[in-house]
Design a protein around this ligand. Structure first.
Ligand code: SF4
Length: 212
């Protein structure tokens, strides 16, 4: 796998505590993508699904995994293996963001293993990010994106994927600051004003994170 970053626990990308994997590389190049550093399809951190599963399982107990990026469907087979390995040890729900529509994934998958990964996903948030349709709400970047409950696991959990007030977290370590979550309107401007020139304040490896 080629990943941009990982977090072992967040409350900002789905219900409960979740581990998050952001993969490196996306073919879509949406205008306004706030993780442009993660668009180039180039090696970032290469890790096997087995090693990444071990890393995640050594972290705090979580309720789920969130797969984001970058474009997870370009690394579908490896992500499916990662999910299966984690699920051998603990029950987790899986949320995945993709810039492709579900119809496109089913009719013309962009790579191998897409069906395999779809079979592991509970909630798929699909479609490209369209800045003009970003209403500042929900666990999605813009209103064209559709929340698909591929299983019933999170359908009645009380988490309003489409309309909830957004939240985000700053994860800080000795090397980087990562904004985790889909930022509410105004948050990035506030961070710019507080931190100054954000690209220099934030580590090059882990810029602010948003998926679609
Ligand atoms: S918003 Fe998502 S789909 Fe669009 S370019 Fe960025 S990572 Fe790719």
């Amino acid at each position: 796998m080629n990943i941009a970053a990982a977090s072992t626990a967040t409350e900002s990308l789905g219900p409960g505590f979740r581990a998050v994997i952001w993969v490196q590389g996306c073919p879509l190049n949406c205008r306004g993508c706030v993780a442009p550093e993660w668009i180039p399809i180039q090696p970032q951190r290469l890790v096997s699904p087995a090693d990444l599963a071990t890393e995640l399982l050594a972290g705090p107990a979580v309720d789920g995994l969130t797969l984001s990026g970058g474009e997870p469907m370009l690394q579908a087979r490896a992500l499916a293996e990662l999910v299966r390995r984690v699920r051998l040890e603990t029950a987790v729900t899986v949320i995945c963001f993709t810039g492709f529509t579900l119809a496109r994934l089913r009719s013309a998958p962009p790579g191998p293993g897409v069906d395999e990964l779809l079979s592991e996903i509970d909630v798929l948030v699909d479609g490209p990010y369209v800045a003009a349709r970003d209403d500042g709400r929900g666990l999605r970047g813009s209103t064209n994106q559709v929340v698909h409950h591929l299983t019933d696991e999170l359908r009645d959990c009380g988490y309003d994927f489409e309309h909830r007030v957004r939240s985000a977290e700053l994860h800080v370590d000795e090397r980087s600051v990562t904004l985790v979550g889909i930022p509410p309107h105004g948050l990035l401007a506030t961070l710019d004003s507080v931190l100054g020139d954000r690209p220099e304040s934030f580590d090059d490896r882990d810029p602010e994170q948003l998926d679609r």
